[in-house]
Design a protein around this ligand. Structure first.
Ligand code: FAD
Length: 409
């Protein structure tokens, strides 16, 4: 049998953007010839783009969570973590969430394991800080903030009120900036017209004075305006060196009292035994070739990988690039299955965007900068289009409409 007429088993590690968009391309091009398996611990894909909307209260927490069964309906889902890969035998060892071990064979392996939050380097951060990456984390933080508002309302004096409503966000990248603004908006809305309003304090701690460096320089001034306009205080350059249940210690020895600490720092790829001999970049991300292959039959992209552009520079790391790389990996694996030549990666991202509440966003698309309503509408349309399932888009739209009606009533 030739490669073109036998069945192929494609295994995806992770159910993020990279895996879902590879699956889509493969399903469209060679779906009838392929058996799909996805190995991932959660039953949902987490759409990080809505982190700010969930934290501000604009969207409910489950707006971020698309069932994998909807996003990859033809794939068998093995719920668990890939623990090692045997490239010679073409197998993956999986530790399932029910504790059992399982060996999964592959013809093509697509590694889309993203990054994890490596918080262990800062004393107490793992135990005491809220994080934003994994499924359900943002919802947990939103619920905690509501609890803090309740505590402030029942507090005996102003000192306790202030303590309940003090938040520190560690990390001045785009995720930290969007989160701090959204938290400030949630607290402002929840305390509007009450004595607690003056007690809310959100501090963004950044190691560099330049914030949100993922955005092009021409948009960073607008990002700063959003930070200031929402009353977020910026401490920079400063570093959180220890976290406790009631605040953080900075590198100059200062103590910031806080009932909520959010970690928007420390994302890095986790090396997978069996692939850990492959070359990595200074982030620790495995280097792909121009076809997005890392070894024979093994492909990668997204946050887990360092993908070279035609210039030799590495691709930026964000959801848009993970989506583009995912489609490319899927198309190249389909070409192998059809016995055709694979193509070098030439996809280009349209741009970058960040949101700061209704009608407040910044966007760079095709080199042009936009802000305000136009940017907000374009961002919403773009994010809606790239939600991994149509039923999820309908649920998000229904949630948006009912929240708007609730606010007007
Ligand atoms: C808070 C936050 C906000 C963000 N906001 C934006 C934004 O507004 N715009 C933007 O473009 N980008 C944003 N990003 C970045 C974007 O989310 C990432 O670039 C994108 O998720 C990368 O996609 P991926 O498929 O590589 O990984 P992910 O989407 O992270 O998916 C990784 C998958 O691998 C799974 N996994 C991990 N380890 C294993 C294992 N050993 N075995 C099996 N499965 C495993 C995970 O559970 C998950 O399913 C944000 C990121 C964060 C954390």
């Amino acid at each position: 049998m030739s490669t073109t007429d036998r069945r192929h088993h494609v295994v995806f590690l992770g159910a993020g953007y990279l895996s879902i968009w590879s699956y889509r391309a493969l399903k469209r091009k060679v779906g009838k010839q392929v058996d799909f398996t996805v190995v991932a611990p959660a039953t949902v894909h987490t759409f990080h783009g809505w982190t700010g909307e969930v934290l501000s209260g604009e969207l409910p927490p489950d707006a971020q969570l698309s069932p994998i069964a909807e996003a990859m309906p033809a794939a068998r889902h093995v719920r668990g973590f890939a623990r090692s890969v045997d490239r010679a035998a073409r197998t993956v060892e999986v530790e399932r969430v029910d504790g059992a071990k399982q060996t999964v064979h592959y013809d093509h392996l697509i590694v889309g394991t993203g990054q994890y939050e490596d918080l262990g380097r800062v004393e107490g951060m793992e135990e005491h800080a809220f994080r934003l990456r994994d499924a359900g984390r943002t919802g947990k933080l939103a619920a905690h903030l509501d609890h803090c508002v309740e505590s402030a309302r029942s507090a005996k004096d102003e000192k306790l009120r202030r303590k309940s409503l003090s938040v520190v966000v560690a990390g001045g990248g785009l995720a930290g900036v969007e989160a701090s603004v959204a938290i400030a908006q949630r607290l402002a809305r929840a305390t509007e017209g009450t004595p607690e309003r003056e007690c809310a304090d959100v501090v963004l701690v950044s190691t560099t004075g330049e914030l949100a460096t993922e955005m092009p320089p021409k948009l960073r001034a607008h990002v700063r305006e959003e930070i200031q306009g929402n009353g977020v205080r910026v401490l920079a350059p400063a570093r959180v060196v220890a976290v406790a249940a009631d605040g953080v210690k900075l590198d100059d020895g200062a103590w910031l009292s806080a009932s909520t600490v959010v970690a928007a720092v420390g994302n890095k790829p986790r090396p997978l035994p069996g692939l850990d001999d492959l070359p990595v970049d200074d982030r620790g991300a495995v280097r792909t070739d121009r076809l997005l292959q890392i070894a024979p039959g093994v492909w990668s992209g997204g946050d887990a990988a360092s993908v070279p552009l035609a210039s030799g520079e590495p691709c930026p790391v964000d959801a848009a690039w993970a989506i583009g790389q995912g489609s490319w990996v899927g198309a190249n694996v389909a070409r192998v299955i059809r016995g055709r030549r694979q193509r070098a990666f030439t996809w280009k991202s349209v741009g970058v965007t960040a949101g700061f509440g209704r009608d407040h966003a910044v966007l760079e698309a095709w080199g042009m900068a936009f802000r305000g309503r136009v940017a907000w509408l374009s961002r919403a349309a773009f994010f809606g289009y790239y939600l991994p399932s149509r039923p999820q888009l309908r649920r998000v739209l229904r949630a948006l409409i009912s929240r708007r009606r609730g606010k007007r009533a």
